[in-house]
Design a protein around this ligand. Structure first.
Ligand code: ZN
Length: 198
């Protein structure tokens, strides 16, 4: 790419590192950015740096937040005895959008995948087990219905069994392999309401 200046080349390279952005999209984005007024580019850069510098895990549920305890965990009106276990903060957002779930969450940040070499220690599983030593009545496992999500659900239910805490799995209304994030709210609600004890 000698026909681009060093800076343009570097910008394209950085953008191409992002997931789902191929070489062509990276070029398109780079030239789009360069066509913007400097202020809006500065704003974008600042948003990136600010988010990266200030966003961290919630001390309780491990979702991404800019506070020590996220607004959901800090909300005393919510049912803190019901914990829904999800794979990502985006999954949490999908359930929050339904506006019908009143419990709290636990974000694993991934799922067990022997194929990718992701084991129980690579996700926030230990942290969940520590939480379950507190006053918890039900754990709703809402991992994806992908192979990894099901593996995680099975592993989790085996860990929870001896604790006597009620453990349920969301109904399989969520399309197999479908990201929770892209599932519509009605389907998510049906999956939640139709959860089965395991
Ligand atoms: Zn939280």
């Amino acid at each position: 790419m000698d026909y681009y200046s060093k800076q343009i080349h570097q910008l394209i390279e950085e953008l191409a590192r992002l997931p789902g952005i191929g070489a062509k999209s990276a070029q398109r984005l780079a030239f789009h950015i360069l066509a913007q007024p400097p202020e809006s580019v500065h704003q974008l850069a600042k948003a990136l740096v600010d988010a990266r510098d200030h966003v961290r895990y919630c001390r309780e549920c491990f979702t991404l937040t800019d506070q020590e305890v996220c607004p959901i965990c800090a909300n005393t009106a919510r049912d803190h005895k019901t914990i829904m276990v999800v794979e990502t903060t985006r999954d949490l957002a999908a359930y929050e959008k339904t506006g019908k779930y009143e419990g709290v969450y636990h974000v694993l940040h991934g799922a067990i995948s022997p194929m990718l070499g992701i084991g129980p220690d690579d996700i926030k599983l230990k942290e969940l087990m520590i939480r379950l030593q507190g006053d918890v009545e039900e754990v709703i496992i809402a991992t994806n219905s992908s192979l990894e999500g099901e593996t995680t659900a099975m592993y989790l239910s085996r860990l929870i069994k001896p604790t006597q805490i009620r453990c349920s799995r969301i109904a399989s209304g969520v399309p197999v392999g479908g990201d929770l994030e892209y599932t519509d709210e009605v389907t998510l609600l049906r999956a939640l309401e139709g959860r089965v004890e395991i």
